[in-house]
Design a protein around this ligand. Structure first.
Ligand code: SF4
Length: 92
């Protein structure tokens, strides 16, 4: 069972995933099924009113698994490198 550790912040209550299945946002492995799951989760993120807050939180608190702010773990690696250099969460 996946154990998620994070501090609750107010914006989390407004997330589009608040009532979605948690597993969708934590795909395991790199199978087609996991990739499809990740894409479904990212599509939900793209409509989420707190996507910016979510991504900033994931970078700031080093969330290294799951989909956060519309990004996968790998996608957050380069964002995290920039964050360490500049203190800013820069995407795109
Ligand atoms: S951006 Fe995605 S993971 Fe973050 S709160 Fe919104 S739906 Fe959830």
């Amino acid at each position: 069972m996946l154990k998620m550790e994070f501090e609750q912040e107010d914006w989390m209550l407004e997330g589009s995933c608040a009532y979605s299945e948690t597993d969708l946002f934590f795909p395991v492995g790199s199978s087609m099924k996991a990739m499809k799951q990740a894409n479904e989760a990212k599509a939900i993120c793209m409509e989420c009113p707190v996507v910016t807050e979510c991504l900033e939180y994931a970078i700031r608190t080093n969330q290294d698994s799951g989909i956060w702010g519309g990004t996968t773990e790998d996608e957050r690696k380069s964002i995290r490198r920039q964050y360490r250099k500049t203190g800013l969460v820069i995407t795109g």
